[in-house]
Design a protein around this ligand. Structure first.
Ligand code: GCV
Length: 728
């Protein structure tokens, strides 16, 4: 197992397998488990055996012999699936059948621990479950576990480019070493697969949705094949983002019109070629007619025409199309234009017109992965089309890999949000997992935060977001708290002196980041391009950027008030939701504070629930955000000596940067709004450290190109408050 055993730089993620410190517990594990017996051998079962052996030797300090047998001894962990004898002997066929292809059971019977699945993948997930129990120091002597994942496809979306840059990536270069593949194979690929499988992730899109057509050329398919072969042994299928113009770019055709028979044939042949090389290829992810990407509308065709053409090519091979609904191409200059409405306007007319193997992939919020947005109105609206949620694990708008922000609470807000499309309880999780909308395949995606940094994700705590995505994709009902608890214990220690306070820090971190960046429903007031610091002062200018890329378009601050009116009296975005969600947001007295300025334009002296004016509330909430980060620093500093020095210092350093940048946010936003409304920051609150003019000069093109997304961009780590900013 290619693990890097240097000092703890975070490479081992949550698969750290540190020795169980409680001797009695270690003894009980050793007593319970003394060997592995597997009945059928497949590459996935070999992975399961290897992982259990590795984990056990490190956690318990004993080696486990593994034998292929159906006559397991007492103390064995018996791995069996499908038609294996253990399954008929335990008479669990019926129970197992309910758990689907990836589900599993773990059952203790007659001094043996059975891990059973319908497929070998189920067994692998069961093995990781058993390992997790030991990592978190849980009892394993009498187990009766049944698990079934909520979504069929639990997929990472890499926004990785050919030149190894990663769009919105903050953890170094892409881990895919295209220049070395297929001949040189990094040991990271297998470790990547292990990490994913341990959380339940079973699919990956290797390349950016702003797709380079080259990935489906014969040369690159050979490289992709190497990765697919490694991942297969961990139950992971490979998918690719495609460029809709590929028939023209690669095939030399004059058009890529989806209704043109020559184009259809080109895709059919291309797909057949792919499956010859990668027989379990998953399918395509497509960004079409969005942010400059080509698509069917270039030929006067619809999203459904484009998606269905690809779906027809993939269908004979059981492949799927994930067609993104992130679109906002219409003319943005109309004064009534609201970007939040665009996905619904473009996709609703095609509800029920997509082929069976198409899933429409929808970002959690209607704007663009903002720290807090309501759900995209398409959820619950499209009732005849399978939808999948797209979350962003990489922290484009949540502090890159500088800030500690645990994202599970944010994702839970989406998954648990009731759409009311089928009465009460029609949560986003349930309208996308097949419970409410009939669908042959369900899926959920997360934009990956993985890179070539030693610790994979740039920030040690960003690992928790990768982990949390997998766990929620398996079971969206898991509590953020449970996931944080597991992750901390597996990654650091089971010591409660550490777990308790740091877990609370994690749970508070998302709300804190919203408070010091964009509280009370403010959104998209980021600096253009890098999306790290505030750009609240960026104004709409005739002949300037399209309005919906400019913060002023979103906050609409005037001397009198603030906020975007999306009520029935405004752009009426609210009417895209079902009742009573529609009324909930439309009605000022019902709309929660945390969504207020997303839906309402209000005077600065509007009386908030707290009794403060809107302006004072804003000032208080931003200040609370800073206080939260100061509290996080203290909590973390108290962990010195409990966690290893290397990771302790890395996190300590980043928290310092986080406070610096939180101050940047608070000062920038409050000083700017104060310059518009002429109101002072309440005198009882701490005073700004910066001058507005200075902060406005810090609005940089940092590291990332400010050209429309899509170009192959080289991203770098940024330090906005460090010396060296270039004046505008
Ligand atoms: C891949 C946002 C990001 C872009 C990204 C786009 C998308 O606009 O800033 O970098 O492009 O979303 O999701 O397609």
């Amino acid at each position: 197992m290619p693990l890097v055993m240097s000092a703890n730089d975070g490479y081992r993620l949550w698969l750290d397998y540190a020795k169980v410190t409680d001797e009695a517990l270690r003894g009980s594990y050793a007593k319970q488990i003394s060997s592995i017996a597997y009945q059928s051998e497949t590459p996935v079962i070999r992975s399961a055996v290897k992982e259990l052996q590795l984990a056990f030797s490190m956690l318990v300090g004993e080696e486990l012999a593994a034998t292929r047998t159906n006559n397991e001894r007492a103390g064995a962990v018996a791995l069996a699936f499908g038609r294996d004898r253990a399954i008929s002997h335990l008479r669990v066929n019926r129970e197992l059948a309910d758990l689907g292809a990836d589900g599993y059971m773990i059952r203790t019977a007659a001094d043996k621990t059975y891990i059973l699945g319908n497929t070998d993948k189920g067994v692998l997930y069961g093995v990781f479950h058993l390992i997790r129990l030991m990592q978190t120091n849980s009892a394993i002597a009498s187990l009766d576990v049944k698990e079934r994942p909520a979504f069929n496809v639990r997929i990472l979306n890499h926004w990785d480019n050919l030149n190894r840059s990663v769009e919105r990536g903050y953890a170094g270069a892409s881990i895919w070493e295209w220049e070395n593949l297929p001949n040189e194979v990094s040991s990271r690929y297998e470790d990547y697969a292990r990490a994913n499988a341990s959380t339940g992730v079973n699919a990956t899109v290797l390349n950016n949705v702003n797709a380079n057509a080259v990935f489906i050329t014969p040369e690159y398919l050979q490289k992709v094949k190497v990765l697919a072969d490694i991942f297969r042994a961990y139950g992971i299928r490979v998918y690719l983002s495609i460029n809709f113009s590929s028939p023209r770019i690669l095939g030399g055709l004059e058009t890529s019109d989806p209704l043109d028979p020559a184009v259809q044939k080109w895709w059919k042949d291309k797909v057949a070629e792919i499956y010859k090389i990668i027989p379990d290829f998953g399918g395509f992810l497509v960004k079409a007619n969005s942010e400059g990407q080509p698509g069917p509308q270039d030929y006067g065709r619809s999203h459904a025409d484009g998606a269905n053409m690809l779906a027809a090519a993939l269908k004979p091979h059981n492949g799927i199309v994930m067609w993104r609904a992130f679109v906002y191409t219409v003319d943005a200059s109309d004064p009534g234009y609201d970007r939040a409405k665009q996905a619904y306007l473009e996709f609703m007319p095609f509800d029920g017109m997509f082929a069976e193997n198409v899933i429409v992939q929808v970002k959690n919020g209607p704007i663009d992965f903002q720290p807090r947005e309501p759900i995209t109105s398409l959820f619950g609206a499209m009732k005849k089309t399978p939808l999948m949620v797209e979350f962003q694990i990489t922290q484009e708008y949540l502090g890159h890999s500088i800030q500690l922000v645990y994202l599970a609470p944010m994702w839970k807000e989406t998954l648990d949000r009731d759409t009311y499309c089928n009465g009460r309880g029609s949560t986003v999780a349930r309208v996308t997992d097949g419970t409410i909308i009939p669908q042959s395949v369900s899926a959920i995606a997360g934009v990956s935060n993985v890179g070539a940094d030693a610790n994979w994700n740039g920030h040690i705590f960003a690992q928790a977001n990768w982990y949390a995505f997998g766990r929620l994709a398996w079971n969206p009902e898991l509590a953020s708290e449970q996931i944080a608890d597991e992750w901390l214990r597996m990654t650091f220690t089971n010591d409660q002196k550490f777990v308790k306070p740091v877990k609370q820090l994690m749970l508070d971190s998302y709300e804190a980041s919203v408070k010091y960046m964009q509280p009370l429903g403010l959104h998209h007031i980021f600096a253009e391009g890098h999306h790290y610091g505030p750009g609240v002062w960026e104004r709409l200018r005739p002949g300037g950027m399209r309005p919906d890329w400019v913060p002023e378009y979103y906050h609409r601050a005037t001397q009198q008030g603030l906020g975007f009116d999306r009520t029935a009296k405004g752009t009426d975005y609210v009417s895209q939701y079902h009742s009573p969600l529609r009324e909930f947001y439309n009605d000022l007295s019902a709309c929660p504070d945390n969504m207020l300025l997303f839906f309402h334009h209000l005077p600065w002296d509007y009386k908030m629930r707290s009794g403060r004016t809107l302006w004072n509330e804003i000032c208080y909430v931003y200040t609370e955000g800073l206080d939260d980060v100061r509290r996080f620093q203290k909590i973390w500093d108290m962990q010195e000596g409990i966690v290893d020095a290397e990771r302790f210092k890395a996190v300590q350093y980043k928290l310092r940067e986080q406070l610096r940048d939180a101050i940047w946010w608070r000062d920038g936003v409050l000083l700017y709004f104060s310059s518009i409304n002429g109101l002072p920051i309440p005198y009882e609150l701490e005073r700004p450290m910066n001058k507005l003019e200075d902060l406005m000069r810090y609005r940089l093109k940092m590291g990332i190109s400010s050209s429309p997304p899509g170009a192959e961009q080289q991203t770098q780590q940024i330090s906005p408050m460090n010396p060296g900013p270039q004046p505008r």
